[in-house]
Design a protein around this ligand. Structure first.
Ligand SMILES: Cc1cc2nc3c(=O)[nH]c(=O)nc-3n(C[C@H](O)[C@H](O)[C@H](O)COP(=O)(O)OP(=O)(O)OC[C@H]3O[C@@H](n4cnc5c(N)ncnc54)[C@H](O)[C@@H]3O)c2cc1C
Length: 326
């Protein structure tokens, strides 16, 4: 492939796909745009962390969606959402290279970026770079240690849950709520407990809050609200003994943490981007350009978890700016 691109986008989530498509619409030669994605399909965060059939909300995280550019999406299931992005990639003839994990981006003296990855493609060079890698590469963990013996049953999504297990979901946001009632609705015969350190559900959207509260009232979800976890231990037979801060303990087959993700500060700093704090990359809020001229950040990586609509809008803003400057 032509190794000097006008635009290399890192990450094929909504932010990265939007940036690439909008750049093409804004006049950047489509043959000079490439998206590098570490997994074998686009929207890895949605595929990996959204439960099967999840309703993908357009308004999310308390953010009312308004789309500024040419891309948007309709509320529907996880599978319908993925199909909408399949169609976008096809419609705009977007080149996405999968299984291409980018480890570093370096700006050379001639102002061209070199993008280092673990593939045999050699070094890819670009005039402009958009970083759209999200925050779910590193899901948030609690502060206590995970004993090695039970690491396989301390998870960050529902993928490994088996029928009839006793499962505790930890977290107070929408994801925790959706995992808890979603697991009940899967009819696997699991006993589902929702644990959150605060006594009230305050961080879920009204729909999720209503379902979770109703399921708790109906006994479908066991509530362990208002108490934090001190630590976890392995039992002799490989189960999880959860010790709560109120002195009580309970044994579960599996614990699933839904605590969001962490900004990949190391990656950003290795690219030369300054951090304002541990979540926020230095950027111009209008253009998303960072302190490194020609390098942009879009989506969750900008200042922590937001929403698909925000990522799509970021992609548009960055594309307009970089297309103008090429
Ligand atoms: C369980 C859950 C439910 C959610 N539900 C909703 C919802 O209903 N509605 C909503 O609007 N938002 C929802 N969100 C939030 C939404 O998923 C994010 O805000 C959105 O995906 C951010 O988009 P992004 O493009 O910034 O990053 P991501 O979607 O995280 O995409 C990043 C992409 O970059 C790739 N990548 C990462 N590192 C590298 C690398 N080094 N090299 C190459 N590729 C890399 C990843 O594989 C991934 O495909 C939810 C989040 C979670 C975790």
């Amino acid at each position: 492939m032509d190794k000097l691109f006008d635009l290399v986008v890192i990450g094929a989530g909504p932010g990265g796909i939007s940036a690439a498509v909008e750049a093409s619409i804004a006049g950047v030669d489509n043959n000079k745009i490439v998206v590098l994605e570490k997994s074998d399909a686009h929207n890895e965060t949605v595929r990996k962390f959204y439960k099967h059939g999840k309703r993908v909300d357009v308004d999310w995280n308390g953010i009312k969606a308004e789309f500024h550019g040419h891309l948007s999406f309709e509320q529907g299931s996880k599978e319908e959402y993925i199909k909408q992005f399949d169609d976008i990639i096809e419609k705009y003839n977007l080149r996405v290279v999968y299984n291409h994990h980018v480890y570093a981006v370096e700006k050379k003296d001639d102002g061209i970026f070199e993008i280092g990855a673990d593939k045999e493609l050699g070094v890819i060079r670009a005039k402009k770079v958009v970083i759209a890698i999200g925050v779910m590469g590193k899901p948030n963990k609690p502060s206590y240690k995970f004993p090695a013996k039970i690491r396989s049953v301390l998870n960050f999504n529902l993928d490994k849950v088996q029928p009839n297990e006793k499962v505790m979901i930890v977290g107070g946001g929408d994801t925790a709520g959706e995992y808890a009632y979603g697991l009940v609705d899967m009819n696997l015969g699991c006993e589902v407990t929702l644990n959150y350190r605060k006594p009230e559900i305050t961080r879920m959207n009204p729909t999720n809050k209503e379902i979770v509260e109703r399921y708790i009232a109906e006994g479908k979800i066991k509530s362990k609200l208002g108490v934090d976890v001190e630590d976890v231990e392995a039992t002799e037979d490989g189960k999880v003994k959860v010790n709560f801060k109120d002195g009580t303990s309970e044994i579960y087959d599996r614990v699933v943490y839904a605590l969001g993700g962490t900004t990949p500060t190391e990656f950003l700093q290795n690219c030369g981007i300054k951090m304002r704090d541990k979540w926020t990359a230095e950027h111009d809020p209008k253009t998303l350009e960072t302190n490194v001229e020609g390098m942009y950040v879009v989506g969750d990586v900008v200042e922590g978890a937001q929403s698909i609509a925000v990522a799509i809008n970021h992609g548009y803003a960055a594309a307009l700016d970089l297309a103008k400057k090429l």
